[in-house]
Each structure stands twice: as C-alpha cells, then as structure tokens.
Design a protein around this ligand. Structure first.
Ligand code: TXA
Ligand code: MG
Length: 356
C-alpha cells in the first residue's frame, strides 16, 4: 500500500476517448477537476490552466515537487499567444511543428497563474496532435495544464492502464485513447533567444529544429548530471525521473566489447534483464533479453513500457546497450541516462571502470 494514498479512495472511471468520454472530461475540467487523457507523446494529467485550485490538485495527485513547472496545452498559436509572449521564432516553429510533440517556452502572461510555471516568469506551451486531446481542448474551451500522468518518479504512462496504475483513486476519470504513438515526452525548447535551445530532447529533433530556425542548440546538461550548485535551465532536470526499481546500467563502447561485458556481468545472476536493439539480440541466448526494437522510433515507443514491466517483474538489475545519439536516439538516450543516474559502464576499457 502507498502510504500517501487517501484513506477513502475516490472512484476512477476509465472511458474510451470518444464523443461521450470527451464530453464528460470537458465537464470535469470546466468544474475544476482533473482528467488523465491521451496525447501522441504520453498520457497527460490535465486541469484548467486558469484555475489555481485545480492546478494545485495536479501537484498533489502526482506527488510532484512544487518547483517543477507544468506544460500548458492549447489548440493553436492563436491560443498560445493568449498565454505567453508569442515571438517570431515561436510562431515559425509552431507553424512547422504544431500540432505535434514540440513544447515552446516563452514569457508567461498574467492570465496563467504563477503556480502553473512553479513561479517562473515563463510558460511552456504545446498544441498536441492526438485527436482526443484536440477534441478535449475544443470541448472545454480552456488551456489545459498537464504534466505526464504518472506519479512523480515513475516513467511516463504510454497507455491508459499505466495512467490508472499510478492515479487510480486520485482522479475521477482516465480517457483511454490506446497506446501513444511516440512513447516519449515532447521536445522542450526555450525560444526567447535568437535560436531554439533544447532543454529536453524529443521527437522533434535538434536537426529538425535547426532546419526550421537556421540554428539550434542543445543544453549540455541533457546528457549529464547537474553539477553541485549548478542552475538547471529547466527545473525538470533537477529531478531524477523515470527511475525503475532495478539498478539500470548503460554499457557503451565497441559493440563486441559491450556484448562481452554485459554477458560477463549478467552471467549466472537472477533477476537480470538485458536490453538491446533487435539486431543485437542473438548474442544473448541464455539471458532474459528484451528488445529495444529495430530503430530509435521503436525504442522510444517501448522504453517506458519496458521499464514499468521490469518493476512489475521485480527485476533487480538491467544492463542496456546504448543507441547512437542522433535524431530520436538522443531523446531515448536522455531518458535512459536519467533512469541510470547518468552512470555509464565503459566496455572499451579493460576492467571496465564505472564512470559518472
Ligand atoms: O509530451 C509531453 O510533454 C507530455 C504531454 C502530456 O504533453 N507532458 C509532459 O509534462 O511531459 P511534464 O510535466 O512531465 O514535463 C514538463 C517538462 C518538465 O521537465 C518541466 O521542468 C519543463 O517541461 N518545463 C515546464 N515549464 C517550463 C518552463 N517554464 N521553463 C523550463 N522548463 C519547463
Ligand atoms: Mg513528467
């Protein structure tokens, strides 16, 4: 039992994200309640972004630290311009990538309560492409503040089942729109400067942003732990996130050395999983092996599912091969690195010293 769970469990309904379900959800949002709903990235836990009490309930239901700001979901750039100071770069990127998995950070306008942005003078805005999310935005006529619909510290939910596993008894309604197509959270980019600065990589890659904006930078803390006393460009970076119960070790280096090292580490041990790309599975015949799929896109779709599954099966250790950090591979490796506390095991070196 979760000690933080209220004594009297409220009922949580799970409805298909059809006309009726969306209408119910819109009513709940309009009256200040919470609803978990599907997007193309991951499931979100929504509340009216204009209602401070409702926004506070999001932090409580998730067990989310109060210093971690929320994303505000809107229909389009016109709605976005009501919530934040919409500049030319924001508009250019929204025209190319919206609706879709890009969150744009601009200065916050007064209609959005500071609680949404955890007191920051900026606001994160995204127009989702999932038809159910769009129908919900249309039906409620409000900007919807929504972080991922997981309990804080768990992987983001990519199915309604996962949202229910975390939030049952804490929200009145979960809308089921099937598994999320992308499976990783949106790209978060600060566009207050001359070029986009990526704070969290996602399906809109730095390469794609550079094509649209002429140049794009990636915050260097995306692939390493923050240093002691270092300011986080995005508060989300201060928190571990995504950590499975199992100790996750990322093994990098020459492909043959990686396989040999993982086999050596996992040999004869119980409760160990090996994660590797589909075309690398054959070297692990005697191990509990799980496939990361044929490419970064498939790895993105199944990563959070696999991490949750490992918890369910009480896996104690996971050894994982690394993927190239290009395109969507950067987002996959960012989530893996965070889940591993940014620790890599270097198979290239004899004796394989652990690095931070
Ligand atoms: O795909 C997604 O983005 C999903 C779906 C539901 O839209 N949402 C999501 O929200 O992943 P959340 O709260 O789990 O992640 C939001 C991230 C956090 O890392 C947060 O710190 C960052 O965006 N963020 C939000 N507002 C920010 C701001 N004003 N400045 C910097 N970072 C911000
Ligand atoms: Mg989240």
């Amino acid at each position: 039992m979760d000690g933080n769970r209220p004594e009297t469990k409220a009922r949580t309904d799970c409805l298909p994200a059809d006309r009726e379900g969306v209408a119910r959800a819109a009513n709940i949002l309009r009256s200040g309640g919470l609803v978990a709903f599907p997007t193309e990235t991951v499931y979100g836990l929504g509340a009216s972004a204009l209602n401070v009490q409702a926004v506070r309930q999001i932090f409580i239901a998730k067990g989310r630290p109060a210093d971690n700001p929320l994303i505000v979901h809107v229909r389009d750039p016109r709605d976005a311009a009501q919530c934040g100071v919409w500049n030319a770069l924001a508009d250019r990127l929204a025209r190319v990538f919206w609706p879709g998995p890009l969150t744009i950070i601009v200065r916050r306008l007064g209609v959005i309560p500071p609680e949404v942005s955890a007191g920051l003078d900026t606001v994160a805005l995204r127009a989702p492409s999932h038809p159910a999310a769009q129908a919900l935005l249309e039906a409620c006529g409000l900007p919807i503040a929504a972080p991922s619909a997981n309990r804080s510290g768990k992987p983001s939910p990519t199915t309604a089942r996962h949202a229910l596993d975390d939030l049952e008894g804490r929200v009145p309604l979960v809308l089921d729109g099937g598994p999320c197509a992308i499976g990783l959270e949106s790209t978060v980019a600060d566009v207050r400067g001359a070029f986009p600065l990526v704070l969290r990589p996602g399906a809109v890659t730095p390469e794609m942003l550079a094509m649209a904006a002429g140049e794009c930078r990636v915050a260097d803390s995306v692939m390493r732990a923050l240093r002691e006393g270092e300011d986080a460009p995005s508060p989300g970076m201060r928190h571990t996130h995504y950590a499975p119960k199992a100790k996750l070790t990322l093994v990098r280096g020459d492909p043959d050395a990686v396989r040999a090292r993982i086999r050596q580490e996992a040999q004869g041990r119980k409760g160990v999983w090996v994660l590797a790309p589909e075309n690398r599975l054959e070297g692990y015949d005697n191990f509990e092996i799980r496939s990361l799929g044929r490419d970064a896109q498939e790895a993105a779709q199944r990563l959070f599912y696999l991490l949750r599954q490992a918890d369910r099966e009480n896996v104690e250790r996971i050894y994982c091969e690394t993927l190239p950090q290009e395109g969507l591979g950067l987002a996959v490796m960012n989530r893996l690195a965070r889940a591993a506390g940014f620790e890599f095991l270097d198979a290239g070196e004899s004796g394989g010293r652990e690095e931070r």
